[in-house]
Write a protein that binds this ligand. Structure first.
Ligand code: MN
Length: 479
């Protein structure tokens, strides 16, 4: 891969920025001159590949420039400073490069106060510009793709860190494609035997089922074309780690109905529902497997209709969405890069602030802990941790596994929490200490005359946010 390959992609969507990007490359090349990677290649191939991953997502100019320069502060810091990058390019590029440099010093497992202070700055810094996360994810992706050149202990270290930190990050900003690839690459180094075994078995299933899916694809496509619905269709295969997770949950390979699925993309939301009707008319659906993530998006903003149907006595999952939803699914919020040039960065940032529960959770934890190691412990426990998704009045709330109704009430708002009496979970009356299960439907019963919070709620609160709110309010009322 060379600079010309990169420029070719840039020309395809952003021809006016080719010169700046070329100039940036030349500078990066000069700064990394003479340095080689463990693979024996010149160092510059790394930033070049990182820029390429981002260019394939149609990233904006500043992101591409920052990707090309992302390692210069760390590796050639004696030749260039952040201020000089700001002068030569612009302050945004400098900010992005600086942000990416700082994340690489992120350390989740240290006890040293100085490092903890730094880790905190980095984590909270993540929310200042989502492009920093995107560059870092592309950087990690390329490093994971070339991990075979590292010693075994480094491979494991990197794979663990990727699973703990970068996979959740990719998930939270909705970049599924990167998340899946990072998971599979990590899994391959952590459990090579299982990985290669599953890869083989997946291939067999693919081979066995793909004629059926092809046939279905052609048929549905013809029906959509007959109705003049613009469409594009793909057969999608579940990633290997995703399959592994299902197997550890006790499913058999044959039970994983979405191992192969049919992805149907159409031009607008109305046509998603028309396509759904067309499919259900042709193939009998299983009612309980139908999911409408268009009206009820996931907490990371994922949107699609999922329906599982019978095809010749076998089950096939179909996913119906608009072209735009599909872009967001593949690239997360960076899809906006294409949809809204120029203002893209700001729009992505605004969307995250308003819709991403990951961002709200980070902000809440940040505002509550002055102690840095406590902050990091909480982020690890509450933000980068498995979640349950709870329905309240049509909205979905994201909470860490183990959270109770007390936690949910505070997540909804202090007013709800402080007037809470008990709750109904899936129509059954429950006590507020009840631990929530994924997909529970909850109705919190309040009484404006009821006086809360109560001291006995404290041990029931799993999230630090709920605990602090209860403590603070109890303190105030004592006085
Ligand atoms: Mn790098």
């Amino acid at each position: 891969m060379t600079i010309d390959d990169l420029l070719k992609v840039i020309i395809s969507y952003n021809p006016e920025e080719v010169e700046v990007i070329k100039k940036t490359y030349e500078l990066a090349n000069k700064l990394h001159a003479g340095v080689k990677r463990q693979s024996g290649e010149l160092y510059i191939t790394h930033p070049l590949n990182v820029a390429m991953i981002l260019a394939e997502m149609k990233a904006d100019r500043d992101t591409i420039c920052a990707a090309l320069l992302h390692d210069v502060l760390e590796d050639a810091g004696d030749k260039i400073t952040k201020e000089e990058i700001a002068e030569k390019f612009n302050p945004t590029v400098a900010l992005l490069v600086d942000g990416v440099t700082k994340i690489s010093k992120l350390n989740f497992s240290t006890k040293e106060e100085e490092k903890n202070t730094n880790t905190r700055k980095i984590i909270t810094g993540l929310t200042t510009d989502v492009r920093i996360i995107m560059i870092k994810l592309a950087d990690r992706l390329h490093n994971m793709r070339t991990l075979q050149f590292k010693p075994r202990n480094k491979q494991i270290e990197n794979a663990v860190e990727t699973m703990e930190l970068f996979v959740p990050l990719a998930y939270y900003i909705g970049a599924y494609r990167i998340k899946s690839e990072l998971e599979d690459l990590s899994f391959r180094y952590l459990m090579p035997e299982e990985y290669f075994d599953l890869e083989k078995r997946r291939k067999l299933v693919e081979k066995e089922n793909s004629p059926l899916l092809r046939e279905m694809l052609v048929k549905i496509q013809r029906l959509l074309n007959d109705k003049k619905i613009p469409n594009e269709m793909k057969v999608r295969t579940k990633n290997i780690y995703g399959i592994y997770k299902r197997l550890t949950e006790g499913d058999k390979l044959m039970d994983i109905h979405d191992l192969l699925s049919l992805k149907i993309m159409v031009d607008d939301v109305d046509n998603c529902y028309r396509a759904l009707g067309i499919i259900h008319k042709e193939y009998r659906p299983i009612n309980e497997k139908f999911k409408d993530f268009i009206c009820n998006p996931k907490t990371n903003m994922y949107q699609s209709l999922h329906t599982t149907v019978f095809v010749d006595n076998r089950l096939v999952q179909t996913q119906i969405r608009t072209f735009e939803m599909d872009k967001i699914d593949s690239f997360g919020l960076t899809a906006y890069w294409e949809i809204n040039k120029g203002e893209a960065g700001k729009l992505m940032q605004k969307d995250l602030r308003e819709k991403s529960q990951f961002y709200t959770s980070l902000d809440q934890v940040d505002s509550m802990f002055s102690d840095n190691s406590e902050f990091i412990a909480q982020v690890k426990e509450e933000v980068f941790s498995p979640k349950v998704y709870i329905y309240v009045n049509g909205f979905v709330y994201e909470l860490p596994v183990g959270a109770t109704i007390v936690d949910l009430a505070y997540k909804i708002g202090a007013e709800t929490a402080h007037t809470m009496q008990n709750a109904r979970v899936n129509n059954n009356l429950c006590d507020v200490g009840r631990v929530l299960k994924n997909k529970d439907r909850v109705e919190i019963i309040t009484d404006p005359l009821s006086y809360g919070p109560r001291r006995e709620w404290l041990p029931m609160a799993k999230t630090s946010y709920a605990r602090k709110q209860i403590e603070n309010t109890l303190c105030l009322t004592k006085r």
